[in-house]
Design a protein around this ligand. Structure first.
Ligand code: C2O
Ligand code: CU
Ligand code: CU
Length: 506
């Protein structure tokens, strides 16, 4: 039988739980661009697709994300409603795009609450025919409030998510769906929003402002619709044609010379690695996924893999245009269709000649981060990819310790309050950003080709890139009991099996 037939038939199989039959080298697939299902989606209107991506307007004023209003009417409580439903967006000037939105928007509304607050959010799933959940990515919420795939909210149903934000939990979190087998689609169709927990006493001067920049990745067909994912999307993760900031392409921001700005950068794309630099402005890292660092660290560039966040203070000291641009990054792309990563301008800042009012300096100490200390348990998680052919077609497997995700299976049993060392070993041909629910961890070591390196600074993280051939060692402690997911945050890989469950026991 012909390879073509294999591939076309394999697409449907690949979408269900993968079973690996035999190891197959990916190099053999270099002729994939000539096959149906690779360039466009099998069974779709190839004519519309071949006209190329729809152009998007650039240079509009940056929109701040709209804030989710708090209906509680008393201090200490944040109460609101989030409805996931079909909506319409205008990305291209003259075409509507059907999307999924939270409260009609994508990105969803920005949630801002404070340490010590109780949060009660009613989730209404109005996505036709699809279950969903809301997962509070990175947040210290109880397991049964964390939107696990086991706790789906049926189409048409409502549920309340309730949790407290402990002292010391200030950080840049986000929320997105996590239903079994549908996370990748629901996120790229528009469901993701930022959740910022503010500190009671914030060491960063208020004069710097506080702006969320949420990066998403959009693929638009000529008719304005979002094409379905094809084989290369399943393999590499879906990468779009346009990287958007708060839903806009290369928006503009006006700043006075000498001003400093606090920016929270979110990689909310399904699968795009963002290696970023600010041309014409100086970046200082002040925080990571789980909040502020011990002290500020100057940086020339930042690698933000899918789901990672970074908090920056950017100093705009030179008049003229300062641009946030992408640099080349080799994440181990499989087959053809590799996106042009380098040289994208994500944001343009117009710095005026008029000097800003003098800004207070950034303090030298931000907040203490205590090292997690000696682990009592150590675990090893090995990431692999498999490709297999069988009678019905080709199957891809994204595995952890040789297994694809099974919702009925507990992979690890752990104890609450116990410090553990997790060793994440990437034996695959692509980078895989590792993410764990329920807690923040500390990266202690990386190893590649026998070379061991320590991170430049201690930080709280919930997602870390594990490059191909690399081992990342991290320390963590789960404080709350219940089942927690860990997975690759390339959402297509998570969906194709690269996920497991750790059951934390009291
Ligand atoms: Cu961002 Cu399991 O999720
Ligand atoms: Cu998460
Ligand atoms: Cu992956």
């Amino acid at each position: 039988m012909h390879r073509r037939g294999f591939l076309a038939a394999g697409l449907a199989t690949a979408l269900s739980v993968p079973r690996a039959l035999a190891q197959m080298k990916m190099d053999g697939m270099s002729n994939m661009d000539s096959m149906p299902g690779m360039g466009g989606h099998a069974g779709h209107d190839m004519g519309a697709m071949s006209k190329g991506p729809a152009p998007l307007p650039e240079g509009e004023a940056l929109r701040e994300l709209s804030l989710l209003a708090n209906d509680a009417g008393r201090p200490g409580l944040f109460r609101a409603r989030l409805t996931a439903a079909p909506a319409t967006a205008r990305f291209a000037a003259d075409r509507n795009t059907p999307i999924l939105g939270y409260n009609g928007m994508s990105p969803g509304p920005l949630i801002e609450a404070h340490e010590g607050d109780r949060v009660e959010i009613t989730f209404a799933n109005r996505i036709e025919g699809e279950p969903s959940t809301i997962h509070w990515h990175g947040m210290p919420v109880p397991a049964d409030q964390d939107g696990n795939p086991m706790d789906q909210v049926a189409a048409g149903a409502d549920r309340v998510y309730a949790f407290e934000l402990p002292e010391g939990s200030a950080g840049s979190y986000w929320y997105h769906p996590h239903p079994h087998g549908r996370t990748a689609e629901q996120v790229y169709r528009g469901l993701a929003g930022a959740f910022v927990v503010k500190a009671k006493a914030d060491p960063v001067p208020a004069a710097y402002g506080d702006t969320v920049l949420m990066f998403t990745d959009l693929r638009l067909a000529a008719d304005g619709s979002m094409p379905e994912s094809d084989m290369k999307d399943l393999m590499n993760g879906r990468v779009g044609d346009h990287v958007l900031v708060n839903g806009q392409k290369n928006p503009r921001l006006a700043m006075a010379m000498g001003a400093k700005r606090r920016l929270r950068l979110y990689n909310a794309t399904n699968a795009r690695f963002l290696r970023l630099a600010f041309d014409g402005a100086a970046m200082t890292i002040i925080g990571t996924d789980g909040g502020l660092l011990g002290k500020p660290v100057a940086a020339d560039e930042i690698l933000l893999s899918p789901a990672e966040r970074v908090e920056l203070v950017v100093a705009f000291d030179r008049p003229g245009a300062a641009t946030l641009t992408t640099l080349d990054y080799d994440r181990g792309w499989m087959g053809p269709g590799q996106p042009a990563d380098a040289g994208l301008t994500l944001l343009t800042v117009d710095v005026s000649e008029t000097p800003a009012e003098a800004m207070p300096p950034l303090p030298e100490q931000l907040r203490p981060i205590a090292p997690l200390g000696q682990p009592t348990v150590s675990r090893r998680l090995v990431f692999t990819e498999t490709m297999a052919m069988n009678a019905t077609g080709m199957e891809m497997g994204f595995l952890i310790n040789g297994k694809a995700f099974d919702m009925e299976r507990v992979d690890i049993v752990a104890r609450a309050g116990q410090t553990e060392l997790w060793e994440i070993v990437n034996q695959a041909d692509m980078d895989h950003p590792f993410h764990l629910h329920g807690t923040q961890f500390q990266v202690v070591e990386r190893e590649r080709s026998g070379k061991v390196s320590k991170p430049r600074y201690l930080a709280w993280k919930d997602t870390v890139n594990v490059a191909r051939g690399e081992t990342v060692r991290l320390l963590l402690r789960q404080e709350r009991p219940g089942p927690r997911m860990y997975h690759c945050h390339i959402l297509e890989h998570e969906q194709l099996g690269m996920m497991g469950i750790v059951d934390v026991q009291a």
